[in-house]
Design a binder for this molecule. Structure first.
Ligand code: DOR
Length: 452
């Protein structure tokens, strides 16, 4: 077959590199190939391409992955810029090998109208190092704004908090949740903790040590909220995506409801466990829903390896060290993670906890399936030229001082890991390589094909 040959010199040629390709027929496969890139798009994929390019890349021991997507980050702008902003958060994402982020609405003001959503996109222009999408937020009384927000072509959908976490967004009434769900055309993204159970537990326990965090924010509370969200979705014939699932009971329930519900897990829940993490890290390990014991962690790994989980996100939720040092439970819940998500998971790949293919699947095809993300996540002609290049064999130590997040800490400080980000290409531009950022912020909005 004749190949299309452009007359001019193309932007970039990735030459003879081990690359993770995907097709519906063959699934994932690691192959040595060339990848031709022009005008920010993948032009051609195959061995022995003969394009002339402005830039040619060939790194023998490096693996080219499709650009990885983190579908849950909190970048805190507007309102909490002392913790993070779109510039610093996206810089951390770039250094962490993430090429696209979906950012959460619990800012101040929360992103609960179309105007506030548009404001976030305006703020992002020219200030984000990676591609971006912004969720709209659902509250008790903004049902009339849901369609307007979802109609934004770069909005992945609406996020709701069924249990109070950080920020004022909370939906604890069935009726309000139903009002929102009825209006959604995109999957409703849910923080599933049951507020009534949380309140009851808190008053009975009166917690004063972070070790009690998993009891206050109990398994029953998560299961109850997850069941309510999924059952309501079934009644209304809608889809829900349950964020950061932490319990064996929810895994079992969600496994049986895969026709309408998908779910996410986080690296911290797959890596840290109670009670050890609370002894070692104190409130730095405090997050909602909480890090639980090893039995639950094993259930999450089963869900990863049996294909029940659909996405893996960081839930990057920075708070300053001063804030985290407040006496529990005044200390805020949340753990930064956009820069460490991939290295931590590559280390798990190197310890045979999951395959590289499964990891990449959770951060590309899984995201496409849940959110109908357009033109990203697959190395295929016509798709956006976003790539994450990794060195699977590099041993190194995660360090607070290397964190680009404004909060400058990670619960993984001092952890030695095998597997590192080598370089990041966004829209055909080599934006990062071996510790150095090479471009100005180049991030662009991501698009979804289920927008009207
Ligand atoms: O612990 C958490 N903190 N969980 C969330 O889902 C929200 C987050 C935050 O925004 O700080």
């Amino acid at each position: 077959m004749m190949r299309y040959m452009p007359k001019t010199v193309i932007e970039l040629l990735i030459k003879n590199m081990k690359s993770l390709l995907w097709s519906p027929q063959k699934g994932w496969r690691l192959e040595v190939t060339d990848i031709a890139v022009d005008q920010g798009k993948i032009l051609d994929v195959g061995l022995g391409l003969s394009y002339v390019a402005h830039k040619e890349l060939h790194f023998p021991n490096i693996v080219v992955l499709p650009g990885l997507i983190d579908s849950q980050v909190h970048f805190r702008e507007p309102g909490y810029e002392h913790k993070e902003d779109l510039y610093s958060g996206s810089k951390a994402a770039l250094l962490g090998g993430i090429t696209t982020v979906f950012e959460m609405p619990n800012t101040n003001p929360p992103t609960i109208t179309r105007q506030l959503l548009d404001d976030k996109f305006n703020r992002a222009k020219g200030r984000m190092f990676v591609n971006y999408a912004f969720y709209g937020g659902g509250t008790k009384d903004n049902a009339s704004s849901i369609c307007d927000m979802e109609d934004h072509p770069s909005c992945p959908g609406i996020k709701v908090f069924m249990g109070s976490s950080f920020g004022p967004m909370l939906i604890d009434q069935e009726e309000a949740l139903s009002q929102i769900l009825q209006r959604t055309q995109k999957p409703l993204t849910v923080h599933a903790e049951d507020e009534t159970i949380l309140q009851k537990n808190k008053s009975e326990l009166n917690p004063n040590s972070v070790i009690q965090h998993p009891q206050w924010r109990s398994e029953e509370s998560c299961l109850s909220a997850t069941k309510r969200a999924v059952n309501l979705a079934r009644q209304l014939n809608k889809r829900v995506h349950i964020l950061h699932v932490t319990t064996a009971q929810e895994v079992e329930f969600l496994r049986q409801n895969r026709d309408i519900a998908t779910f996410e897990v986080l690296p911290q829940h797959l890596t840290l466990y109670a009670p050890d993490c609370y002894h070692e890290l104190g409130t730095l390990a405090q997050q909602n829903p909480p890090i639980r014991d090893k039995n639950h962690q094993e259930a999450l790994w089963r869900a990863v390896n049996n294909g029940w989980v659909t996405t893996l996100g960081s839930d990057h939720a920075p708070h300053t060290l001063e804030e985290k040092k407040r006496p529990y439970p005044q200390s805020p819940s949340g753990i930064p993670g956009v820069q460490t998500l991939l290295p931590i998971m590559l280390d798990h790949v190197n310890h045979n906890r999951l395959s590289l293919e499964r990891l990449v699947d959770l951060m590309t095809i899984g995201v496409i399936r849940v959110f109908n993300l357009k033109n990203k996540g697959i190395i295929r002609p016509g798709f956006d030229a976003d790539f994450t290049l990794v060195d699977l064999n590099k041993m190194w130590t995660i360090d607070n001082k290397d964190m680009a997040s404004k909060c400058r800490w990670t619960p993984f400080h001092g952890k030695r890991v095998k597997g590192a980000v080598f370089a990041v290409i966004i829209g055909g531009h080599l934006c990062y390589q071996e510790g150095e950022i090479l471009t100005e912020p180049m991030g662009q909005p991501a698009y979804f094909s289920n927008t009207k």
